[in-house]
Design a protein around this ligand. Sequence first.
Ligand code: NAD
Ligand code: TYD
Length: 367
Amino acid sequence: MRTILVTGGAGFIGSSFVRYMLGAHPEDKIVNLDALTYAGNLENLRDVEGNPNYVFEKGDIADAAFIKSLFEKYNFDVVVNFAAESHVDRSIEEPEIFIKTNVMGTQVLLDAAKKIWMTGKDEFGYPTYRDGVRYHQVSTDEVYGALGKTGMFTETTPLAPNSPYSASKASADMIVRAYGQTFKMPVTISRCSNNYGPYHFPEKLIPLMISNVVALKSLPVYGDGMQIRDWLHVKDHCSGIDAVLQKGKAGEVYNIGGNNEKANIEIVNLIIENVGEKLKSGKYPIDNDGSKVGKDLITYVEDRLGHDRRYAIDNTKITTELGWEPSYTFEEGIVETIEWYLNNQDWLKQVQSGDYQDYYERMYSKK
Ligand code: NAD
Ligand code: TYD
């Protein structure tokens, strides 16, 4: 039995990972540590709340005293760090919190793990660690910067981040690497492409567009809409991280991607068409009959500053060395995701109204 610290487990990918791990490894205990920022929503995990192998702790990864006490309380075997400020547009408005959480928070976690896992020193003076421990950093393909029309990111592509968000993630990766090199800590890093799926906060492209089509609001496409992202279903990201935890080698980086490059405008058009059709079927509890859904909802707006033109992941290493493969095609995954949003309008309304932020008080004040 492992005790696994999942940070940022109330967010989009973290909550999916908590659910995935409780299902795939029922012998493990999962401690979800989350600061519950605007992006953290415990309603994402309502279905696992009674699971005896699941515990929630509220706190900040950058709070060194709190993190130290948490490590002492649980004596974690594995740390999977999802906690981060994750939105590029917000990082352009307010970079500081990205450095605090994404960079300093990572260092605080590494340091706490190092202290609690150290068993002594080897003959060269390097620390030695308890068997079976691992620190895993959840990173992004955005650390590699932007691609032109051709080529793909491999694990050896030099880091060249362009936004304050990606710069903070690249900085964190470098610190993780340094703990691996200098202190011989068993660390791994995964760099994933853009995720999509249920519980995605509606400030990101796919959930924002679905929600705006339903509300017949304009669809803000940045610049010419020809920027390319490589999309992966969130559950496939979770199985990729699990593969790295089980079979990945300490000190290594693994790219995770599903070979699904799409221009933003293609995604927006697909959402308009699919949501429109579904609404016309009248099968959903939504007050919109689909008759006004069309491409005229698209509004081309000012481009994002420093907007990366194209991302594409070469997943050869994880597929050949670890035997991981994505289970979703984009065509299946996007339709299922749209369906989820249409059937979960209450979740969306709670997120948009901010009501979800009371959930912790309501649920946990009794405990
Ligand atoms: P998200 O914004 O949905 O969730 C982030 C979570 O971290 C939230 O629950 C938030 O409350 C929590 N958090 C923020 N600051 C914290 C702090 N100081 N202490 C503790 N918890 C804190 O993000 P996401 O999309 O789920 O991304 C999760 C991770 O995956 C991030 O590290 C991100 O960089 C990485 N990633 C995301 C994508 C993507 O497409 N979304 C792709 C590749 C990598
Ligand atoms: P986003 O979901 O913010 O992810 P990231 O910036 O991390 O890739 O954006 C995905 C793409 O969609 C990106 O090229 C920016 C673009 N975009 C829009 O055109 N309009 C929008 O309203 C948003 C949120 C994003």
